[in-house]
Design a protein around this ligand. Sequence first.
Ligand code: FFO
Ligand code: GTP
Ligand code: MG
Length: 455
Amino acid sequence: MFGDTIAAISTAWGNSGIAIVRLSGPDAWAIAQRQVRLQTGAPLKPRFARNAVLLDEAGEVIDHILVLPFRAPHSYTGEDLVELHCHGGSLAAQRCLELLISGGARMALPGEYTRRAFENGRLDLSQAEAVGALIQARSNEALRAANRTLDGELTRAVGEIYEELTALGAEIEVGLDFPEEDVPYIADESLADRLEVVRQSLADLLERCSSGVILREGIRVAIVGRPNAGKSSLLNALLKESRAIVTAIPGTTRDVIEAVLTYRGIPLRLVDTAGITENYHDEVEAIGVERARAAMKEADVCVWVIDGSEPLHQEDVDRVHELADTPHLVVLNKADLPQQISEASLTALIPASTVISVSAAEGLRLDELKESLVGLVSGTGALDTGLNASSRQVEELRGAIASVGTGLKALGDGLDQALVSGCVGDARRSLSRILGGDRDEDLLHEIFGRFCIGK
Ligand SMILES: Nc1nc2c(c(=O)[nH]1)N(C=O)[C@@H](CNc1ccc(C(=O)N[C@@H](CCC(=O)O)C(=O)O)cc1)CN2
Ligand SMILES: Nc1nc2c(ncn2[C@@H]2O[C@H](COP(=O)(O)OP(=O)(O)OP(=O)(O)O)[C@@H](O)[C@H]2O)c(=O)[nH]1
Ligand SMILES: [Mg+2]
């Protein structure tokens, strides 16, 4: 519990129907009651809204409001809390806040209500972060992933695996504590079986959380290729708007152009780039080529565009081979024109790549292209069971999987169970950090600092 009482406007700034000011902390009720005059003399009752007028120091009416009190621990923060529902527009709520501050409250920091909810055990870190993601969500899918985590799905899944690891750790330790028995308490084979189950559960969870990251952060797609292949046309066709300049002159695009398209709830961050070539005309184009290469490195997926109405260039084949280790697609563009390159012959030259023949000009097969893009990074179907998780949480899951893997390897190599015990401990600590069990001050500060004031 915290000693001081915080106040903030929890609704957005500007004109609106209603603006909510929240007070949370031990003096919330006392401060609210000092600053408002209730319509009738009856005392405030938890979770019953009351009509009131808000008065300034001189007794002048500032606003006609609704007062909604909550009693600890039954509130969002788990503390005594009072909501003052003012009229919208910035002034009434601002004056209300000032009165609460002069009445003894302190201005809340960004995310401080949710931070208090976390500190008071009302939410764990995954749920607190889901609150942030819920506010940021730009698609129904992202919203669902946030709600699943807020409902505790990630908490439960992590908790179950954590408990199994705890049980395994305890059983190993019993064996280590009585070495005179000469046989381990838990046989290597059954330990390996159970660790394998844990590893699989972690892998499933990782897949769901990775989908959550994709839903929130999207996929960076670099549209690259030789000059005049139709990269900018493809960008425009996907966006269904004329975002980038298109001309028949090779070297039209110089700068990197970014735009976002949402497909199946996933923000696709499209990056159109200058045509990549060794034979540029001027310094501007040379810089453009440099930027295009940088965009390729930063992308989650590269789309290499080839003009199918022209004979195939060796440069195209070479560049596509260079992409072998990164997720990529090859787009054979201008399918509306007579083709000099067939999908089949190109596939034979670059068997490791998926080739899709499209027409940017006529909008042919663009849905297939989007579907393949999403498929490349999200794998199979986990999108509709996605859980909101931060990149940090995904990293912790990967760490836990690695630790369990190390333990399994030690067992396979016939090493002592004491080593496995260490790995199980490492995996447990990774999971604990997902839910915020380690109370890392800097991390908490970082996470809650990203919230808005009043949340
Ligand atoms: N006016 C208002 N709307 C809001 C919020 C809020 O704080 N105030 N929320 C803030 O983010 C969200 C709703 N989340 C909330 C979660 C728990 C409690 C709460 O008071 N829980 C108590 C009482 C439960 C009950 O009696 O129904 C508890 O769980 O014990 C309130 C809001 C979205 N809308
Ligand atoms: N027929 C046909 N023409 C296309 C298609 N896509 C692009 N073009 C034409 O090809 C030319 C080059 O298109 P851009 O989109 O500017 O090509 P780019 O790859 O962005 O070119 P740079 O920016 O110079 O690297 C333009 O004349 C387009 O109209 C297509 O699908 N079919
Ligand atoms: Mg272009």
